[in-house]
Design a protein around this ligand. Structure first.
Ligand SMILES: [Zn+2]
Length: 375
């Protein structure tokens, strides 16, 4: 295992911050070999993934001892040291950059427009040679990125560590939620073994979710380049990039983290990145559904939020999920689902402002457009 330190520019005089990446297996051939990248807590107050990464480190050390790692595997347990230090009078504030208000999981480099002129006339009939060239050029594009802020510098480091990987897992969590995944629509089938091992109850797919989240910035250019250059110069989807939502924010336990780490290890064995036969793939608990089909339920007015259904419940269209109780007027309004599907996430707070998103249901039919992720 090799530790790499990536120093961030000073946010303020007299302070130093750095990202650390832990490299297992056969490393040092960027862009050339098989590579897996797993980071946690990009939203810095989402802690379950940090503990999963802790156990992944232990497990990978064992695999390394018996020379059973058939790839480079990179772990970044604290992907956002800037956000992790943001604490406002006892409340962690790890989702948005305090300096700009920008979500730490938005604003990564959309590589396609930069890659197109570099690749024009350079791709051939050999898909694996094309993959190599595209990865080299993607790294070169990121090298040219001149970030204005420490936070953008952090984004550049993370995207550079991940962009030449075959598999990218970005470990997050929701407020109160069951296990669910986000990935690109062209990657839906490849994502299902991980969904099955992790017992995910929703897999949400989109070709373009908006505002350049991390996982999409590693995968999107592959299908966009394939579409642009056509079938004579094959470009496969060479990066299976997935955002893993490890249930709710307080679901931090040794048992869950060890089980989730083991599920990821089994997935990597199944995919051939770790040696040894993987346990039989369990039956998946869900099928992919479009991100455009997710219904974000909203509070119709301000008031006390009283959920009547749990995360993980299957909701029929027309069923009640919560009541909003105005403690002044005594008005009580039910919040009804308009689509059928798994109620996969709810907010943690119990006072709703007018229009606040309070829960999400994974409906099977696409009906939304525009920016599909919540801010
Ligand atoms: Zn998150």
């Amino acid at each position: 295992m090799q530790i790499q330190q990536h120093v961030l520019p000073d946010i303020s005089s007299g302070t130093v911050r750095e990202l650390r990446s832990f490299h297992y297996g056969s490393f040092g051939q960027s862009g050339q070999g098989r590579k897996v990248y797993i980071q946690s807590s990009l939203h810095a107050d989402e802690i379950p993934g940090m503990l999963v990464n802790h156990y992944l480190r232990e497990m990978l050390e064992q695999y390394e001892k018996i020379a059973a790692i058939a790839a480079e595997i990179v772990l970044v347990p604290v992907a956002n040291p800037i956000g992790l230090a943001q604490d406002i009078q006892g409340t962690a504030f790890g989702r948005f950059d305090l300096a700009t208000g920008i979500n730490f999981n938005r604003g990564y480099r959309h590589l396609t427009p930069h890659l197109l002129p570099l690749l024009e006339g350079k791709l051939g009939a050999d898909a694996s040679e094309n993959v190599k060239l595209i990865r080299q050029q993607a790294l070169a594009v990121l090298q040219e990125w001149q970030p204005d802020t420490a936070t953008d510098h952090q984004k550049k480091i993370l995207q550079t560590l991940a962009v030449d990987a075959d598999i990218v897992l970005d470990l997050h969590c929701d407020n109160q939620a069951v296990m669910h995944l986000y990935t690109g629509t062209p990657l839906a089938d490849d994502c299902m073994p991980l969904a099955a091992y992790l017992r995910a109850q929703a897999v949400l797919v989109s070709v373009l979710s908006g505002d350049d989240p991390f996982d999409e910035s590693c995968s999107r250019h592959w299908w966009e380049l394939a579409q642009h250059f056509g079938t004579a110069t094959p470009v496969p989807n060479a990066c299976l990039s997935i955002t893993v939502e490890l249930r709710g924010e307080t679901e931090v336990s040794h048992e869950l983290a060890q089980a989730d780490a083991l599920a990821i290890i089994n997935f990597l064995r199944h995919a051939g990145y770790l040696r040894g036969k993987a346990p039989a793939l369990p039956q998946a608990l869900c099928q992919p559904t479009p991100l455009e089909g997710v219904e974000p339920l909203r509070a119709p007015h301000a008031g006390i939020l009283v959920f009547t259904r749990e995360a993980g419940d299957y909701i029929e269209a027309g069923e009640k999920v919560a009541d909003i109780v105005d403690p002044v007027s005594a008005r009580m309004t039910p919040v009804l689902a308009t689509v059928s599907g798994i109620l996969f996430a709810r907010v943690a707070r119990r006072y709703a402002t007018h229009g606040m998103r309070i829960a999400k249901i994974a409906g099977p039919v696409a009906y939304r457009t525009g920016n599909l992720l919540s801010l």
